[in-house]
Design a protein around this ligand. Structure first.
Ligand SMILES: CC(C)(COP(=O)(O)OP(=O)(O)OC[C@H]1O[C@@H](n2cnc3c(N)ncnc32)[C@H](O)[C@@H]1OP(=O)(O)O)[C@@H](O)C(=O)NCCC(=O)NCCS
Length: 413
């Protein structure tokens, strides 16, 4: 079946997580993604966090589906020549090297435009222009510098990073949107353009509501935060524990049988108040003047959720979900990775996919979270290092067997 990005060819210089998530998405939408890797070494993640000796790690396989791999030393003379030809033949070049790496290889934006004026050159960097522009950045650094860590965790504890890779995979999403938007504009202008996504910007964008609260703080305490009314507010938005980021109070409450992930997140909205009080056996509070409105409940949300927890502790998180949802009480079980891996509905939608791999065997991966009705995703295994080198050199830049042998002889591929 035809795919949305059929005919788009991507020169994929990305590595580790942020860039590869972007090009993997584009590959799932049908782009021909040519992953360029250093001969003999490849993407560093191929050999990071090994679970099985001498096979590509899950770190690599889960980020590089549907791509082709070519090994190419872009610092050698012949390698630069091949790289130039690839730039000529591709629509997009994506990279997330440390700042300046491609410039140091001799491929500045100016040079790339000379080679191919239609090229969209897309990069992930840790920071935009400013004091940290030259820094290398990994996920947790981005979470800390983008505002997520200072606003995550409990008031009496240290800043916390989240398990969701909002800096890496989050910025990869931004880059993918930048690329398809630039491709769309190229339809009208015929010109390529530069796309840059900074991880700090990407994290801060996801922390928009915290910047909202920073400004609200000037006009009084943040009443939905657990610090209200007894705790103190300082100059900056504090860590809000499990309080809801929106206007509706919520909290994670314990469930049976009391394991580390036996919790449910429960939100108390006016429309669900009566039913919730009935189900937990506190009908007396439904019309009680001290409890009946959101405003009077606000200063004692901790007591409110403690009452709800007395009830949830007698049910599993799944029972809580089953009972409360029909009552118009928004809630969600805290699902562990184990729960998610086993969830049949996620398998059915292709959000969790089992993939076979020639050296690893079958493994689970997270499929495309974006579902297009006319461009369904087929998840195909990640390439072995250099698996498609000859095929790409022949098919994309028209090399002969002799030219390929010579490039190999010179160590360029
Ligand atoms: C992720 C990061 C910290 C890793 O740093 P690193 O392991 O030191 O890797 P670098 O990006 O510096 O690249 C290493 C070198 O390999 C070289 N290299 C990469 N592919 C090559 C190839 N095919 N042929 C020849 N050389 C190659 C690079 O040019 C660079 O050389 P240089 O230092 O001489 O310029 C860094 O790339 C970075 O900050 N990236 C931007 C932000 C980002 O995406 N971070 C999240 C990653 S999930």
């Amino acid at each position: 079946m035809a795919k949305a990005l059929d005919g788009v060819r991507i020169l994929d210089m990305t590595h580790v997580q942020s860039g590869p998530t972007c090009t993997q998405l584009l590959a799932w939408f049908g782009a021909d993604v040519i992953k360029v890797e250093r001969p003999g070494v490849g993407d560093a993640t191929r050999s990071q966090l090994h679970d099985i000796p001498d096979v590509d790690s899950l770190y690599f396989t889960m980020l590089n589906h549907n791509k082709r791999s070519i090994t190419l030393n872009t610092k050698s003379e012949q390698g630069k020549h091949i790289f130039t030809e690839l730039i000529r033949k591709c629509d997009v070049m994506a990279e997330n090297f440390a700042p300046g790496a491609l410039d140091r290889m001799g491929f500045t934006w100016e040079r790339i435009q000379e080679i191919n004026p239609r090229m969209i050159y897309a990069s992930v960097k840790g920071f935009g222009p400013g004091p940290y522009v030259d820094c290398k950045v990994y996920e947790n650094v981005a979470q800390c510098t983008g505002g997520a860590a200072s606003t995550t965790g409990f008031d009496d504890g240290p800043p916390l990073v989240t398990g969701a890779q909002i800096g890496d995979s989050g910025t990869g999403l931004n880059l993918a949107l930048g690329i398809v938007t630039a491709l769309f504009q190229r339809e009208k202008t015929g010109r390529g353009q530069r796309v840059i996504c900074a991880m700090q910007d990407g994290v801060l964008n996801l922390c928009r509501v915290k910047m909202r609260d920073q400004q609200r703080l000037k006009h009084g305490p943040l009443k939905e935060y657990p610090q209200y009314p007894s705790g103190k507010f300082g100059d900056a938005v504090p860590r809000a524990g499990n309080a809801s980021g929106g206007g509706q109070p919520g909290w994670a409450v314990k469930c049976a049988p009391g394991g580390p992930d036996d919790y449910a997140y429960v939100i108390i909205q006016p429309q669900g108040w009566e039913a919730l009080m009935k189900v937990i056996g506190r009908e007396d509070l439904i019309d009680h003047p001290d409890w009946q409105t959101p405003a009077v409940r606000l200063p004692k949300l901790d007591q409110c959720f403690a009452m709800v927890e007395e009830w949830t502790k007698t049910k599993t998180k799944f029972e809580v979900m089953e009972i409360l949802n029909p009552l118009n009480v928004p809630c969600g079980p805290i699902l562990s990775m184990n729960d998610l891996a086993e969830e049949p509905s996620l398998r059915e939608t292709g959000t969790i996919v089992e993939v076979d791999h020639p050296t690893r065997g079958p493994y689970l991966t997270v499929g495309n979270p974006i579902k297009l009705s006319d461009s369904p995703t087929e998840v195909k295994r990640s390439p072995l290092l250099g698996e498609h080198t000859d095929e790409i050199l022949k098919q994309v830049i028209g090399y002969s067997d002799e030219e390929i042998a010579a490039a190999r002889e010179q160590g360029a591929i």
